[in-house]
Ligand binder design. Structure first.
Ligand SMILES: *[C@@H]1O[C@H](CO)[C@@H](O)[C@H](O)[C@H]1NC(C)=O
Ligand SMILES: *[C@@H]1O[C@H](CO)[C@@H](O)[C@H](O)[C@H]1NC(C)=O
Ligand SMILES: *[C@@H]1O[C@H](CO)[C@@H](O)[C@H](O)[C@H]1NC(C)=O
Ligand SMILES: *[C@@H]1O[C@H](CO)[C@@H](O)[C@H](O)[C@H]1NC(C)=O
Ligand SMILES: *[C@@H]1O[C@H](CO)[C@@H](O)[C@H](O)[C@H]1NC(C)=O
Ligand SMILES: *[C@@H]1O[C@H](CO)[C@@H](O)[C@H](O)[C@H]1NC(C)=O
Ligand SMILES: *[C@@H]1O[C@H](CO)[C@@H](O)[C@H](O)[C@H]1NC(C)=O
Ligand SMILES: *[C@@H]1O[C@H](CO)[C@@H](O)[C@H](O)[C@H]1NC(C)=O
Ligand SMILES: *[C@@H]1O[C@H](CO)[C@@H](O)[C@H](O)[C@H]1NC(C)=O
Ligand SMILES: *[C@@H]1O[C@H](CO)[C@@H](O)[C@H](O)[C@H]1NC(C)=O
Ligand SMILES: *[C@@H]1O[C@H](CO)[C@@H](O)[C@H](O)[C@H]1NC(C)=O
Length: 464
């Protein structure tokens, strides 16, 4: 399986037959109407259905959810009453007297509500509609009062946004199921990192489990498959109010989704009509990509055939025996202590997922960014990029100067799409005794572990 964390997925599908387009009029409920435990709504276009399904480990708990309507494998993309399963088959979905969308049984027990306040008695133009994107929308005339796309469970569908709003720090959160059969909230969640607003984080409890690449200003990323129209893309939008990441596909007849599975993996998959199964294209984290797995001043080398932990150049394992035993958590230490302003310099390390715990300095150009780090003895690395943003006035760029002051954690050498990290080291030219023969040659020493065998590798290479 390819590694492709939430950035770009390359999907090339061949549709073996064009799927059915069912035209259903039962895509909505109005005040007074309801959906009972044996009924469904089907979106106009036939892609999604909404109804009650049995789940949970005893298979007796009833949940209201949305699933793909015309694929044989029931794949639930949204669940309403995750926290409160229904045990009474008299439960219905309806628009309540206070204007909310609710799941309620005949005894008045409420299992779920859209929880809006101040709506008042629903008018006759209040309606709940299941759209063909899978979005369940409660609206009054054209005003959207509530929509399931703003309250996702574990699935990111085309058309959805992951948002961060500055004023109240609210962010879209996805939470995994508890296990394959249990839609109640599980151990993992993912959302925009509120501390930096420049990356996504998967959490397990209060611990970080995986981190995306730092937002590097890719406004639009997507790749066209050779024999199809299938492009999937992630767009970043930034404005005064906040930022959002929007997932889109060029051809909505392909069913493509991101999910956070119950074991914490972010996966990209698409429905394959010929094998009648989901094909998984990408997944994160794989092996040492787990957050901080390699310890500080180390990186996960994803370019190796089996990804492995290695020390950054100029560093060596803190405890050799731990590394030999495959325990990387102690990380690496400097081979030669820094003497600030006395023989130190910056080494350009290419192709990296930048480490965590950066400080974002605003309004610095590349040379100011470098001298900011150079002139501050606590600064151990920096990285610079121009961020492209799309806002109400069109495209613009802002500078992204990142500096690191304490440690470098959760770094990765990527197969593609990595960035330059400038690493502060002593005696940069120490290993450069070849440099009078060829410029840009380096001696690299690294540790790698394959199948419990750990080897120290010394190699030299030259870059033109
Ligand atoms: C659905 O359930 C209701 C109430 O239990 C029942 O009256 C109705 O006949 C059922 N409809 C179908 C199509 O089974
Ligand atoms: C609705 O609000 C109640 C009380 O504030 C809360 O307990 C419940 O979890 C909320 N339900 C949803 C679906 O957000
Ligand atoms: C909607 O409600 C208004 C006011 O109650 C009423 O005049 C109108 O006839 C209703 N429209 C429909 C389509 O029922
Ligand atoms: C945060 O603010 C936005 C925009 O004003 C609003 O839509 C959203 O409901 C707010 N979220 C919370 C959790 O208050
Ligand atoms: C979730 O965490 C609990 C408590 O740590 C653990 O027992 C359970 O196995 C975990 N579930 C999964 C799917 O990892
Ligand atoms: C979660 O995703 C990983 C990676 O694709 C896979 O190995 C694992 O089996 C999945 N777990 C579940 C519970 O689906
Ligand atoms: C790994 O090494 C760290 C110290 O470097 C130690 O605290 C930890 O217990 C070790 N873990 C295992 C599983 O041996
Ligand atoms: C960066 O900004 C400084 C001060 O404003 C200016 O002197 C310098 O020319 C700029 N450098 C670049 C590369 O734009
Ligand atoms: C070094 O830079 C950091 C971040 O800009 C700043 O907080 C710190 O005060 C600086 N230290 C010195 C000695 O200038
Ligand atoms: C923004 O830039 C992208 C890529 O350069 C371009 O495709 C897009 O049309 C631009 N959008 C606007 C609103 O200028
Ligand atoms: C849009 O972005 C550009 C570049 O960052 C900026 O100069 C401009 O002020 C922004 N417009 C708004 C309305 O935020």
């Amino acid at each position: 399986m390819e590694r492709l964390p939430l950035q770009i997925a390359i999907i090339s599908l061949v549709l073996s037959f064009s799927h059915l387009l069912l035209c259903a009029s039962d895509d909505r409920i109005t005040p007074g109407a309801s959906i009972s435990s044996n009924g469904t709504l089907v979106s106009n276009g036939g892609a999604f259905a909404l109804g009650f399904f049995l789940s949970g480990n005893s298979n007796s708990d009833l949940y209201l959810g949305v699933w793909y309507n015309n694929i044989p494998q029931k794949t639930v993309v949204w669940v309403a009453n995750r926290e409160k399963p229904i045990t009474d088959s008299s439960a219905v979905l309806r628009i309540s007297e206070d204007g909310n969308l609710i799941v309620m049984d005949s005894k008045g027990g409420i299992y779920w509500s859209s929880n809006l306040t101040g709506l008042g008695t629903p008018g006759n133009n209040t309606v709940a509609v299941l759209l063909n994107t899978g979005n369940l929308v409660l609206r009054e005339d054209i005003n959207i009062l509530w929509q399931s796309f703003d309250h996702p469970t574990d699935t990111f569908l085309p058309g959805m946004k992951i948002q961060y709003i500055y004023s109240n720090h609210s962010t879209t959160q996805f939470t995994s199921w508890k296990d394959a059969n249990d839609p109640s909230p599980g151990n993992f969640s993912i959302g925009i990192d509120a501390n930096t607003v420049l990356q996504l984080l998967t959490w397990t409890g209060s611990k970080k489990y995986w981190r995306s690449q730092v937002w590097s200003g890719i406004l639009f990323s997507g790749i066209r498959g050779p024999n199809s129209n299938s492009v999937i893309y992630i767009t970043y939008l930034a404005n005064e109010g906040g930022i959002s990441t929007i997932f889109g596909v060029s051809d909505p007849s392909y069913y493509i989704r991101y999910t956070l599975n119950y074991s914490g993996q972010v996966q990209v998959s698409s429905w394959d009509y010929s094998s009648k199964s989901w094909q998984y294209y990408a997944s994160a984290p794989i092996n040492c990509e787990r957050y901080g797995w390699c310890g500080q001043f180390a990186y996960c080398d994803a370019t190796a055939s089996v990804s492995t932990c290695k020390c950054l150049e100029g560093f060596e394992p803190k405890v050799d025996s731990d590394w030999s035993a495959g325990n990387f958590s102690g990380g690496c230490i400097r081979k030669k202590a820094l003497q600030c302003g006395n023989g130190d310099g910056f080494l350009r390390v290419q192709g990296m997922k930048l480490p965590d715990h950066f400080v974002f300095l605003r309004n610095k150009n590349i040379s100011e960014c470098r001298s900011e780090c150079m002139g501050n003895c606590s600064c151990i690395a920096y990285s610079y990029s121009d961020l492209t943003m799309l806002n109400s006035t069109g495209n613009g760029t802002i500078s992204r100067c990142l500096v690191w002051l304490e440690e470098l954690i959760d770094t990765e050498l990527l197969r593609s799409g990595g960035e330059d990290l400038y690493l502060r080291l002593m005696d940069l030219n120490l290993g450069m005794f070849l440099s009078f023969l060829l410029p840009q040659c380096k001696i690299v020493s690294s540790y790698s572990s394959h199948m419990n065998q750990v080897e120290q590798v010394h190699s030299g290479y030259c870059r033109s």
